[in-house]
Design a protein around this ligand. Sequence first.
Ligand code: PMP
Length: 349
Amino acid sequence: MASDRRGRYTCAMTASLARGALDLIGDTPLVRVSRLDTGPCELWLKLESQNPGGSIKDRIGRSMIEAAEQDGKLGPHQRRLVEATAGNTGLGLALVAAQKGYALTLVIPDKMSREKILHLKALGARVVITRSDVEKGHPDYYQDLALAIAREDGAFFVNQFENPANPLAHERTTGPEIAAALGGKLDAMVVGVGSGGTLTGLSRAFARLVPGCEMVLADPEGSILAGYVRTGKIGKAGSWVVEGIGEDFVPANADLSRVRHAYTVPDRESLAAARDLLRHEGILGGSSTGTLLAAALRHCRAQSEPRRVCTLVPDSGNKYLSKMYDDFWMADQGFLDRTPTGDLRELVS
Ligand code: PMP
């Protein structure tokens, strides 16, 4: 809905008709940040939260399943899939698997939000919850456990961390959509890395479509990735509450070679940025949105010339309402101050 010169609402009459939920994946809108301080820059957000499963991962849910069908790894002879996921890839896969009649098992670390897990179960997926306090190589680590379950069940292991159909989805869809929407003019793209699919796919697309665009990494404090970009060394991983981005290893799908700046963002700054985005811009993003936005704002404010910057809202804040959008949870975690009167006060970071 737009408004005419007298401020009356008008309708463009362009709403499209989709043949099914899978046709609603992608072609997400971009919105400009208008009330937060972006220094001399223009900052755009691509609302991946508007995909039918609620996140950017719907794109790879579809592309990884359809690539496996084309390669003959899924089909009438193989109707079972297993994946290790922090939640959103699971939702994307569950959405596509339900439409196509596949049985999906998901292995999820136990720090993930209850809303995500309930949503996955409601979509018909079998959910196996495992420890989040163990590292790669441990049999309970979510990726090792998923591989073991896939072998035992004789199922197709999707493996978003190595599957080439993951970055390809972003190279073919997310990247070209951004380039087209911004008329091919973009100076910096700020992304986070979970599997690395978004970063790698966008890097490849922009190398062709917007060659001058710098890739900027937003990484939660505790993850090894930003340090790896800066020094080439893999440091010791810590822990962080932001979901979906940050790693304790460099995934095969993460091509960091085109990253020009890397920002390390503490949880407190990420969560405050996401809450500000809702309060001032009316956009309900998840916790990784906060990390991306905080890094994008730092990047924008550090520029001396006007630049056009873009980042993502990878998922919606709906599934974090009982965490980062709940003042009492924030206070319990030490992200908000409790005054002696029991009032809650936002901490200034
Ligand atoms: N944000 C959220 C909320 C996610 O779930 C993910 C994926 N785990 C990402 C960002 C990162 O995307 P990618 O896996 O493409 O690196």
